[in-house]
Design a protein around this ligand. Structure first.
Ligand SMILES: C[S@@+](CC[C@H](N)C(=O)[O-])C[C@H]1O[C@@H](n2cnc3c(N)ncnc32)[C@H](O)[C@@H]1O
Length: 331
């Protein structure tokens, strides 16, 4: 990414001090400034009183954040910008959960070992923390709860966009493989009253999921997609393949192929790296490598990945969310 008009020294300086911006938005969320401001304009003194902050330091802090585009500050009157709205805890699809998990110490330690990942091509998380991210989450239910809530918040951001981009009505049954706490599947079943669903994820992830009023149509199954996947006409893999390197991703797809009845389809939902595409996909390409040894992929890489599992990609469907829908069937 180049910024031809920007001063190269300022750009280099901003790159070197990016940690301060992340820490500033974390502090902004922890103070609850965005939750207090919502759509209003308030004085710095009013915000300081409500959020238990030092008024003059808060003024300097908000002046710094105004430069990064999070708030507008005029004569000590402050309001959120559209960017700042994403740091409200009540904003569906907001970023507060993502920030919370980014600040987990083991996550931070993994990113500090980016050099290890670049030198070896391996995940940095086990190198930094002595166990994989999945093992860590299994042993730390408190962190796992935050992680699952984070995934749900991402699904809230994209579920409507994904569900309105594909016609699910021809299918009798759908299994959401690695479906987390079921937000996407519940959204699909909510819109398609004749479809039955199975939410499939690790036992500790699905054990407390409540099917609610969808209970007669929504089954819950705990297990591993490296062993056996429940059969259904449509198998969904949302934000799953990017967690894994090619070898593991092919293994998941092979288990999908085994579970697929005649005429069944696999739908993967992931970002796709492309020229001029979404720059967030390039961040996640690094993030997945650091945390899990996973990666984002180009269209061609997805087609090859599916082919190695005996599946043929039939369609790449762009959606209003950052993710594509890739539809595949047995080759
Ligand atoms: C990145 S999250 C995506 C969750 C969900 N599909 C979503 O988009 O919100 C990956 C999911 O894979 C699940 N997972 C990891 N290893 C698994 C395994 N061996 N078998 C089944 N699910 C697994 C995790 O528990 C997690 O819910």
């Amino acid at each position: 990414m180049s910024h031809p008009s920007a001063n190269p020294l300022v750009q280099a300086f901003q790159l070197s001090t990016g940690f301060a911006q992340t820490q500033a938005v974390v502090t902004f969320v922890r103070l609850g400034v965005a939750d207090y401001l919502r759509d209003d304009t308030k004085s710095v003194e009013d915000i300081a009183g409500h959020c238990s902050a030092h008024p003059e330091m808060l003024y300097r802090f908000l002046r710094f954040l105004a430069k990064t585009g999070v708030v507008e500050l005029d004569d000590r009157q402050c309001r959120l910008t559209p960017v700042g709205q994403f740091f409200r805890r009540d904003m569906p699809g907001g970023l507060t959960k993502a920030l919370e998990i980014t600040m987990f110490e083991p996550w931070q330690k993994a990113w500090q070992q980016l050099e290890y990942a670049v030198r070896t091509g391996e995940a940095a998380f086990p190198h930094a923390n002595g166990q994989t991210a999945w093992e860590y989450l299994e042993q730390h239910p408190d962190m796992s709860n935050v992680f699952n809530a984070y995934m749900t918040s991402i699904s809230q951001m994209s579920a409507q966009a994904l569900v309105s981009s594909y016609d699910f009505s021809p299918f009798d049954s759908i299994c959401d493989v690695g479906g987390g706490q079921g937000f996407l599947l519940k959204t699909i079943l909510g819109r398609n009253p004749d479809i039955k669903g199975i939410l499939f994820d690790l036992p500790q992830v699905v054990k407390n999921v409540d099917p609610g009023e969808l209970a007669p149509r929504l089954g819950i199954a705990g297990g591993s997609f490296f062993e056996k996947i429940p059969s259904a006409d449509l198998l969904i893999l949302k934000s799953v393949l990017h967690d894994w390197n090619d070898e593991k991703a092919i293994s998941i797809l092979q288990h999908c192929a085994e579970a697929l009845p005649a005429g069944g389809k696999v739908l993967a939902m992931d970002m796709v790296i492309m020229e001029g595409g979404n720059p967030i996909s390039l961040f996640y390409d690094m993030h997945m490598q650091v945390l899990m040894g996973g990666r984002e992929r180009t269209q061609e890489e997805f087609v090859r990945l599916f082919a190695k599992a005996g599946l043929r990609v039939t369609r790449f469907i762009p959606t209003p969310s950052p993710q594509f829908i890739m539809e595949a069937e047995k080759a």
